[in-house]
Design a protein around this ligand. Structure first.
Ligand code: ARG
Length: 280
């Protein structure tokens, strides 16, 4: 009996705490942001041209978009540079107002956060030594492959190396499974690229523009090629900004700003500018 009472008390307490804090969407509503005078964007500034450090400060395409959103609301922009694989949960819990980090829209992530309209597209790329032979993903058989933890590149390669379940829950053998191929996760693509240069791994899988910039900025002879399957198809992805689930007021502003930037050709301008600025 005592245990039951204790349990009920705990439940009452917990719900009181939850209620007093409000939902993540309430904490980060446009009104709440205006009251605090600050829009908090979480990013991972190791992904040029979308976000990278210049004089120690995060800049890039996503930061320009986030600044336009803060300006539209009329508040300061606060940027938090964190590990990529923590961004979605920080947006979900209401710690961050939004996540802007070249984040690919996936069905799984849609269960945790709401996404804006897409502002650009990408595909996965493979960074390899310049003299490596490569036609498609099966050429990665037996290789040690580096990825950034928690990214779509990580999910795609881990599935092909370890096997996965299809939509009906049936086991599917990965294209790289039982070939000796392994996945090594890094906290960012630059660390993975360093491991590639020193010969610890043989390939890095990461989004197109970051892959191309890493190759351009490398003194070692590397190449960036598209990750394609044997039938020539690729891994089409769309980038969007995420907000807490149900945060309608903020999502509306984000969509309005992104649409305007797209209409005015600004996103393309930002991409060109930062692809040049991020050159070593
Ligand atoms: N587009 C990929 C994903 O959503 C990689 C994004 C990595 N972004 C970053 N800022 N490090 O998983």
């Amino acid at each position: 009996m005592k245990k039951i009472i204790a349990l009920i008390m705990t439940l009452v307490l917990c719900s009181a705490v939850l209620l007093s804090c409000g939902s993540a969407a309430d904490k980060q509503s446009v009104d709440a942001i205006k009251k605090r005078g600050e829009l908090v964007v979480y990013t991972n500034a190791e992904f040029a041209p979308f976000e990278y450090l210049a004089d120690g400060k995060p800049v890039g395409v996503d930061m320009d978009i986030a600044k336009a959103i803060a300006d539209e609301i009329g508040v300061e922009l606060k940027i938090e540079n964190v590990k990529f694989d923590t961004i979605i949960s920080s947006v979900q819990s209401g710690k961050a107002s939004l996540g802007a980090a070249g984040i690919t829209v996936t069905d799984e992530r849609k269960e945790s956060v709401d996404f804006s309209i897409s502002y650009t597209t990408s595909t996965q790329y493979v960074i390899l030594p310049e003299d490596a032979t490569y036609e498609n993903i099966t050429d990665l058989k037996g290789m040690k492959i580096g990825v950034q933890l928690g990214t779509t590149g990580d999910f795609i390669i881990s599935d092909e190396v370890n096997g996965y379940k299809d939509d009906d829950g049936k086991d599917v053998k990965g294209l790289l499974q039982d070939t000796g191929a392994t996945v090594t996760t890094y906290n960012n693509a630059n660390l993975a690229a360093e491991a590639l240069k020193s010969g610890k791994i043989q390939a890095v899988v990461i989004d197109k523009l970051p892959a191309e910039l890493i190759v351009k900025n490398s003194t070692a002879k590397l190449k960036a090629v598209e990750l394609v399957y044997e039938d020539g198809s690729n891994t089409a992805e769309s980038y969007a900004i995420c907000v807490a689930k149900g945060n309608k007021t903020l999502l509306e502003v984000v969509n309005k700003v992104v649409q305007k930037l797209l209409d005015e050709g600004k996103i393309d301008e930002y991409i060109v500018k930062h692809s040049t600025d991020a050159l070593a």
